[in-house]
Write a protein that binds this ligand. Structure first.
Ligand SMILES: [Zn+2]
Length: 366
Protein backbone atom coordinates (compact mmCIF):
# COMPACT_ATOMS: atom_id res chain seq x y z
CA UNK A 1 0.00 0.00 0.00
CA UNK A 2 2.75 2.43 0.92
CA UNK A 3 4.51 1.91 -2.37
CA UNK A 4 1.28 2.27 -4.40
CA UNK A 5 0.58 5.57 -2.67
CA UNK A 6 4.17 6.66 -3.38
CA UNK A 7 3.67 5.87 -7.06
CA UNK A 8 0.53 7.99 -7.28
CA UNK A 9 2.21 10.92 -5.58
CA UNK A 10 5.14 10.58 -7.96
CA UNK A 11 2.85 10.79 -10.98
CA UNK A 12 1.13 13.92 -9.71
CA UNK A 13 4.48 15.55 -9.17
CA UNK A 14 5.54 14.80 -12.73
CA UNK A 15 2.26 16.06 -14.19
CA UNK A 16 2.59 19.27 -12.14
CA UNK A 17 6.05 19.96 -13.52
CA UNK A 18 4.95 19.42 -17.12
CA UNK A 19 1.96 21.74 -16.81
CA UNK A 20 3.99 24.48 -15.10
CA UNK A 21 6.70 24.34 -17.74
CA UNK A 22 4.16 24.63 -20.56
CA UNK A 23 2.30 27.54 -18.98
CA UNK A 24 5.56 29.42 -18.40
CA UNK A 25 6.62 28.79 -21.99
CA UNK A 26 3.28 30.03 -23.32
CA UNK A 27 3.34 33.16 -21.18
CA UNK A 28 6.80 34.12 -22.40
CA UNK A 29 5.91 33.74 -26.05
CA UNK A 30 2.46 35.26 -25.95
CA UNK A 31 2.80 37.83 -23.16
CA UNK A 32 1.73 41.04 -24.89
CA UNK A 33 -1.20 39.77 -26.99
CA UNK A 34 -2.59 37.86 -24.03
CA UNK A 35 -2.52 41.00 -21.83
CA UNK A 36 -4.24 43.20 -24.39
CA UNK A 37 -6.78 40.50 -25.16
CA UNK A 38 -7.84 40.16 -21.54
CA UNK A 39 -7.90 43.87 -20.72
CA UNK A 40 -11.35 44.91 -19.79
CA UNK A 41 -12.71 41.38 -20.04
CA UNK A 42 -14.70 39.87 -17.21
CA UNK A 43 -13.08 37.32 -14.84
CA UNK A 44 -15.30 34.51 -16.12
CA UNK A 45 -13.90 34.71 -19.63
CA UNK A 46 -10.32 34.90 -18.27
CA UNK A 47 -10.97 31.71 -16.29
CA UNK A 48 -12.45 30.08 -19.38
CA UNK A 49 -9.31 30.99 -21.35
CA UNK A 50 -7.08 29.43 -18.65
CA UNK A 51 -9.21 26.29 -18.69
CA UNK A 52 -8.93 26.04 -22.46
CA UNK A 53 -5.17 26.45 -22.23
CA UNK A 54 -4.93 23.62 -19.63
CA UNK A 55 -7.08 21.43 -21.88
CA UNK A 56 -4.71 22.15 -24.77
CA UNK A 57 -1.77 20.99 -22.65
CA UNK A 58 -3.64 17.79 -21.77
CA UNK A 59 -4.49 17.19 -25.43
CA UNK A 60 -0.86 17.68 -26.41
CA UNK A 61 0.22 15.16 -23.76
CA UNK A 62 -2.37 12.64 -24.94
CA UNK A 63 -1.21 13.07 -28.56
CA UNK A 64 2.41 12.51 -27.50
CA UNK A 65 1.46 9.32 -25.62
CA UNK A 66 -0.50 8.11 -28.63
CA UNK A 67 2.46 8.65 -30.92
CA UNK A 68 4.78 6.86 -28.44
CA UNK A 69 2.35 3.93 -28.28
CA UNK A 70 2.28 3.79 -32.09
CA UNK A 71 6.10 3.65 -32.19
CA UNK A 72 6.07 0.91 -29.54
CA UNK A 73 3.48 -1.10 -31.47
CA UNK A 74 5.46 -0.76 -34.68
CA UNK A 75 8.60 -2.08 -32.91
CA UNK A 76 6.59 -4.95 -31.35
CA UNK A 77 7.97 -3.65 -28.06
CA UNK A 78 7.73 -6.00 -25.11
CA UNK A 79 9.55 -4.52 -22.17
CA UNK A 80 8.09 -7.14 -19.83
CA UNK A 81 9.83 -9.92 -21.81
CA UNK A 82 12.83 -12.09 -20.96
CA UNK A 83 16.48 -11.10 -21.16
CA UNK A 84 19.47 -13.42 -21.56
CA UNK A 85 22.22 -12.76 -18.99
CA UNK A 86 25.20 -14.68 -20.34
CA UNK A 87 27.93 -15.96 -18.02
CA UNK A 88 31.55 -16.30 -19.16
CA UNK A 89 34.66 -17.38 -17.30
CA UNK A 90 37.96 -17.75 -19.14
CA UNK A 91 38.42 -17.10 -22.87
CA UNK A 92 41.42 -19.29 -23.75
CA UNK A 93 42.78 -21.19 -26.76
CA UNK A 94 42.82 -24.52 -24.89
CA UNK A 95 39.69 -24.88 -22.72
CA UNK A 96 40.31 -27.04 -19.64
CA UNK A 97 36.98 -26.66 -17.81
CA UNK A 98 33.33 -26.72 -18.88
CA UNK A 99 33.22 -22.95 -18.27
CA UNK A 100 36.01 -21.99 -20.69
CA UNK A 101 35.40 -20.70 -24.20
CA UNK A 102 37.93 -20.18 -26.99
CA UNK A 103 38.40 -16.70 -28.48
CA UNK A 104 36.79 -18.03 -31.68
CA UNK A 105 33.75 -19.42 -29.85
CA UNK A 106 33.36 -16.16 -27.97
CA UNK A 107 33.54 -14.09 -31.16
CA UNK A 108 31.04 -16.39 -32.90
CA UNK A 109 28.57 -15.93 -30.05
CA UNK A 110 28.92 -12.13 -30.09
CA UNK A 111 28.43 -12.06 -33.85
CA UNK A 112 25.29 -14.13 -33.49
CA UNK A 113 23.97 -11.72 -30.85
CA UNK A 114 24.66 -8.74 -33.11
CA UNK A 115 22.95 -10.41 -36.10
CA UNK A 116 19.87 -11.31 -34.04
CA UNK A 117 19.33 -7.74 -32.88
CA UNK A 118 20.78 -7.89 -29.38
CA UNK A 119 22.50 -4.88 -27.83
CA UNK A 120 24.63 -5.36 -24.70
CA UNK A 121 23.65 -3.53 -21.50
CA UNK A 122 25.41 -3.82 -18.14
CA UNK A 123 24.05 -5.69 -15.13
CA UNK A 124 23.71 -2.32 -13.37
CA UNK A 125 21.67 -0.88 -16.25
CA UNK A 126 19.52 -4.01 -16.30
CA UNK A 127 18.61 -4.19 -12.59
CA UNK A 128 17.93 -0.45 -12.39
CA UNK A 129 15.71 -0.49 -15.50
CA UNK A 130 17.89 1.92 -17.50
CA UNK A 131 18.41 -0.06 -20.70
CA UNK A 132 18.79 2.64 -23.35
CA UNK A 133 18.73 0.73 -26.64
CA UNK A 134 16.99 1.43 -29.98
CA UNK A 135 13.43 0.42 -30.82
CA UNK A 136 13.08 -3.20 -31.90
CA UNK A 137 16.38 -4.27 -30.27
CA UNK A 138 16.80 -6.79 -27.44
CA UNK A 139 19.05 -6.30 -24.42
CA UNK A 140 21.67 -8.92 -23.53
CA UNK A 141 23.84 -8.77 -20.39
CA UNK A 142 27.38 -10.12 -20.83
CA UNK A 143 28.95 -11.10 -17.49
CA UNK A 144 32.48 -12.31 -16.78
CA UNK A 145 33.34 -14.04 -13.52
CA UNK A 146 36.59 -14.35 -11.54
CA UNK A 147 38.63 -11.53 -13.20
CA UNK A 148 41.09 -13.73 -15.11
CA UNK A 149 43.76 -12.17 -17.41
CA UNK A 150 42.16 -13.95 -20.40
CA UNK A 151 39.23 -11.57 -20.02
CA UNK A 152 41.17 -8.33 -19.84
CA UNK A 153 44.79 -7.32 -20.13
CA UNK A 154 46.30 -3.97 -21.13
CA UNK A 155 49.51 -3.27 -23.00
CA UNK A 156 52.01 -0.61 -21.86
CA UNK A 157 50.00 2.14 -23.58
CA UNK A 158 46.69 1.14 -22.04
CA UNK A 159 45.19 -0.70 -25.04
CA UNK A 160 43.50 -4.10 -24.55
CA UNK A 161 45.66 -7.01 -25.72
CA UNK A 162 44.43 -8.98 -28.73
CA UNK A 163 42.45 -12.19 -28.08
CA UNK A 164 41.29 -11.02 -24.64
CA UNK A 165 37.50 -10.94 -24.20
CA UNK A 166 37.50 -7.13 -24.06
CA UNK A 167 39.51 -6.80 -27.31
CA UNK A 168 37.21 -9.26 -29.10
CA UNK A 169 34.09 -7.47 -27.84
CA UNK A 170 35.45 -4.11 -29.02
CA UNK A 171 36.33 -5.59 -32.39
CA UNK A 172 32.87 -7.11 -32.94
CA UNK A 173 31.28 -3.80 -31.91
CA UNK A 174 33.40 -1.96 -34.48
CA UNK A 175 32.12 -4.29 -37.22
CA UNK A 176 28.49 -4.11 -36.05
CA UNK A 177 27.59 -0.46 -35.42
CA UNK A 178 25.11 -0.15 -32.56
CA UNK A 179 26.43 -3.23 -30.76
CA UNK A 180 27.62 -1.53 -27.56
CA UNK A 181 30.97 -2.86 -26.28
CA UNK A 182 29.92 -3.06 -22.61
CA UNK A 183 29.83 -5.90 -20.10
CA UNK A 184 29.94 -6.56 -16.36
CA UNK A 185 33.04 -7.97 -14.67
CA UNK A 186 32.48 -9.84 -11.41
CA UNK A 187 35.91 -9.42 -9.86
CA UNK A 188 37.68 -11.15 -6.97
CA UNK A 189 41.08 -10.62 -5.34
CA UNK A 190 42.60 -12.23 -8.48
CA UNK A 191 41.99 -8.86 -10.19
CA UNK A 192 43.06 -9.94 -13.70
CA UNK A 193 46.37 -11.23 -12.30
CA UNK A 194 47.48 -7.80 -11.05
CA UNK A 195 49.46 -7.89 -7.81
CA UNK A 196 49.53 -4.23 -6.73
CA UNK A 197 46.66 -1.86 -5.91
CA UNK A 198 47.96 0.61 -8.52
CA UNK A 199 47.76 -1.96 -11.31
CA UNK A 200 44.35 -3.15 -10.11
CA UNK A 201 43.13 0.47 -10.10
CA UNK A 202 44.41 0.93 -13.68
CA UNK A 203 42.33 -2.04 -14.82
CA UNK A 204 39.12 -1.01 -13.08
CA UNK A 205 39.45 2.66 -14.08
CA UNK A 206 39.92 1.69 -17.72
CA UNK A 207 36.80 -0.51 -17.63
CA UNK A 208 34.68 2.06 -15.81
CA UNK A 209 35.72 4.90 -18.15
CA UNK A 210 34.74 2.82 -21.20
CA UNK A 211 31.24 2.18 -19.82
CA UNK A 212 31.89 -1.30 -18.43
CA UNK A 213 30.43 -2.25 -15.07
CA UNK A 214 32.32 -3.72 -12.11
CA UNK A 215 30.32 -6.14 -9.97
CA UNK A 216 31.07 -7.81 -6.66
CA UNK A 217 31.95 -11.55 -6.73
CA UNK A 218 33.27 -11.43 -3.11
CA UNK A 219 36.98 -10.99 -2.43
CA UNK A 220 37.84 -14.60 -1.58
CA UNK A 221 35.31 -16.53 -3.67
CA UNK A 222 34.08 -18.79 -0.87
CA UNK A 223 30.67 -20.43 -1.04
CA UNK A 224 28.11 -18.53 1.06
CA UNK A 225 25.86 -21.56 1.51
CA UNK A 226 25.17 -22.60 5.11
CA UNK A 227 27.10 -19.69 6.65
CA UNK A 228 25.75 -17.48 9.46
CA UNK A 229 24.57 -14.00 8.48
CA UNK A 230 27.58 -12.15 9.90
CA UNK A 231 29.95 -14.31 7.89
CA UNK A 232 27.94 -13.86 4.67
CA UNK A 233 27.93 -10.09 5.23
CA UNK A 234 31.65 -10.06 5.90
CA UNK A 235 32.48 -11.99 2.68
CA UNK A 236 30.28 -9.69 0.57
CA UNK A 237 31.53 -6.54 2.30
CA UNK A 238 35.16 -7.59 1.69
CA UNK A 239 34.43 -7.78 -2.06
CA UNK A 240 32.66 -4.42 -1.92
CA UNK A 241 35.66 -2.85 -0.21
CA UNK A 242 38.11 -4.47 -2.64
CA UNK A 243 36.42 -2.54 -5.47
CA UNK A 244 35.69 0.74 -3.69
CA UNK A 245 39.29 0.97 -2.41
CA UNK A 246 40.50 0.92 -6.04
CA UNK A 247 37.85 3.12 -7.71
CA UNK A 248 35.24 5.46 -6.29
CA UNK A 249 32.39 3.80 -8.17
CA UNK A 250 30.79 1.13 -5.99
CA UNK A 251 29.31 -2.09 -7.38
CA UNK A 252 25.56 -2.23 -8.00
CA UNK A 253 25.20 -6.03 -8.16
CA UNK A 254 26.65 -9.22 -6.68
CA UNK A 255 27.31 -12.57 -8.40
CA UNK A 256 27.31 -15.41 -5.88
CA UNK A 257 30.47 -17.59 -5.88
CA UNK A 258 29.49 -20.97 -7.44
CA UNK A 259 25.96 -19.54 -7.70
CA UNK A 260 25.37 -20.74 -4.11
CA UNK A 261 22.74 -18.75 -2.22
CA UNK A 262 23.10 -18.04 1.51
CA UNK A 263 20.51 -19.52 3.92
CA UNK A 264 18.48 -16.33 3.62
CA UNK A 265 18.65 -15.00 0.09
CA UNK A 266 18.35 -11.37 1.23
CA UNK A 267 21.71 -11.51 3.01
CA UNK A 268 23.49 -11.19 -0.34
CA UNK A 269 21.40 -8.19 -1.38
CA UNK A 270 21.74 -6.03 1.70
CA UNK A 271 23.98 -6.06 4.74
CA UNK A 272 26.96 -4.60 6.52
CA UNK A 273 30.18 -5.66 8.20
CA UNK A 274 32.54 -3.31 10.05
CA UNK A 275 32.23 0.10 8.43
CA UNK A 276 31.21 -1.30 5.02
CA UNK A 277 27.57 -1.64 4.04
CA UNK A 278 25.99 -2.76 0.78
CA UNK A 279 22.51 -2.50 -0.71
CA UNK A 280 22.44 -4.01 -4.20
CA UNK A 281 20.00 -3.83 -7.09
CA UNK A 282 20.40 -7.54 -7.81
CA UNK A 283 22.12 -10.80 -6.90
CA UNK A 284 23.03 -13.18 -9.74
CA UNK A 285 23.05 -16.98 -9.78
CA UNK A 286 24.99 -19.34 -12.06
CA UNK A 287 22.14 -21.01 -14.02
CA UNK A 288 20.04 -21.88 -16.06
CA UNK A 289 17.35 -19.79 -17.74
CA UNK A 290 16.81 -16.35 -19.30
CA UNK A 291 16.09 -13.63 -16.71
CA UNK A 292 12.92 -11.65 -16.14
CA UNK A 293 12.53 -8.03 -17.17
CA UNK A 294 13.15 -5.70 -14.20
CA UNK A 295 9.66 -4.29 -14.91
CA UNK A 296 7.94 -7.69 -14.66
CA UNK A 297 6.36 -8.77 -11.37
CA UNK A 298 8.24 -12.07 -11.75
CA UNK A 299 11.61 -10.27 -11.40
CA UNK A 300 13.27 -11.39 -8.17
CA UNK A 301 16.37 -9.34 -7.29
CA UNK A 302 17.72 -11.89 -4.78
CA UNK A 303 18.16 -14.64 -7.38
CA UNK A 304 18.60 -13.57 -11.01
CA UNK A 305 19.41 -16.49 -13.31
CA UNK A 306 22.28 -16.48 -15.77
CA UNK A 307 23.02 -18.68 -18.77
CA UNK A 308 26.39 -20.40 -19.18
CA UNK A 309 27.97 -19.83 -22.57
CA UNK A 310 28.25 -23.25 -24.25
CA UNK A 311 27.21 -25.28 -27.29
CA UNK A 312 24.31 -27.74 -27.22
CA UNK A 313 26.11 -30.70 -25.63
CA UNK A 314 25.30 -32.75 -22.51
CA UNK A 315 23.37 -30.64 -19.95
CA UNK A 316 23.83 -27.76 -22.36
CA UNK A 317 21.55 -29.37 -24.93
CA UNK A 318 18.82 -27.30 -23.28
CA UNK A 319 20.25 -25.03 -20.61
CA UNK A 320 23.22 -23.10 -22.02
CA UNK A 321 23.66 -20.16 -24.37
CA UNK A 322 23.31 -21.73 -27.82
CA UNK A 323 20.15 -23.59 -26.78
CA UNK A 324 18.58 -20.57 -25.08
CA UNK A 325 19.42 -18.17 -27.92
CA UNK A 326 17.75 -20.65 -30.30
CA UNK A 327 14.72 -20.71 -27.98
CA UNK A 328 14.47 -16.93 -27.68
CA UNK A 329 14.77 -16.60 -31.46
CA UNK A 330 11.91 -19.10 -31.89
CA UNK A 331 9.81 -17.45 -29.14
CA UNK A 332 10.24 -13.78 -30.07
CA UNK A 333 7.00 -12.90 -28.25
CA UNK A 334 8.57 -13.99 -24.92
CA UNK A 335 11.70 -11.91 -25.45
CA UNK A 336 12.33 -8.35 -24.26
CA UNK A 337 12.07 -5.94 -27.17
CA UNK A 338 12.71 -2.24 -26.64
CA UNK A 339 10.47 0.63 -27.74
CA UNK A 340 13.54 2.86 -28.01
CA UNK A 341 12.48 5.17 -25.16
CA UNK A 342 14.33 4.58 -21.90
CA UNK A 343 11.71 6.56 -19.97
CA UNK A 344 8.75 4.34 -20.83
CA UNK A 345 7.96 0.67 -20.26
CA UNK A 346 6.05 -0.45 -23.37
CA UNK A 347 4.17 -3.74 -23.74
CA UNK A 348 1.07 -5.22 -25.40
CA UNK A 349 -1.91 -4.24 -23.26
CA UNK A 350 -2.92 -7.80 -22.34
CA UNK A 351 0.36 -8.22 -20.41
CA UNK A 352 -0.66 -5.44 -18.00
CA UNK A 353 -1.22 -7.75 -14.97
CA UNK A 354 2.54 -8.51 -15.00
CA UNK A 355 3.61 -4.85 -14.83
CA UNK A 356 5.48 -4.12 -11.60
CA UNK A 357 3.62 -1.54 -9.50
CA UNK A 358 6.59 0.68 -8.71
CA UNK A 359 7.15 1.40 -12.44
CA UNK A 360 3.50 2.24 -13.20
CA UNK A 361 4.45 5.88 -13.86
CA UNK A 362 6.46 4.73 -16.88
CA UNK A 363 3.90 2.25 -18.24
CA UNK A 364 3.04 2.47 -21.96
CA UNK A 365 0.58 -0.31 -22.80
CA UNK A 366 -0.51 -0.47 -26.44
ZN1 LIG B 1 33.29 -17.41 -9.72
Amino acid sequence: MVSARGDRMGRHRVVGVVVMASVTGGALVGCMPWQSETQGKDPASVAAAAKASAAAVEAKKAALLKSKAATAAQAHANELGQIPVLMYHRVVEKPSTQDDRTPKQFRTELERLAKEGYVPVTAAEYVTGRMDIPAGKHPVVLTFDDSSPSQFELDGMGAPKAATAVAILQDVAKQHPGFRPVATFYVTRDMFGKATPEEGAQMLMWLRDKGFDIGNHTRDHKSLRGKPQNQVASEVAAGHKLITDLIETGPVTLALPYGNQPNRKEWGLKGSAGNVSYDYGGVFLAGYTPAESPFNKKFDPVGIPRIRSMDKTGDCAKFCSVAWLDWLQAHADERYTSDGDVNTVAYPKFKTPFMMKRFTDRALPY
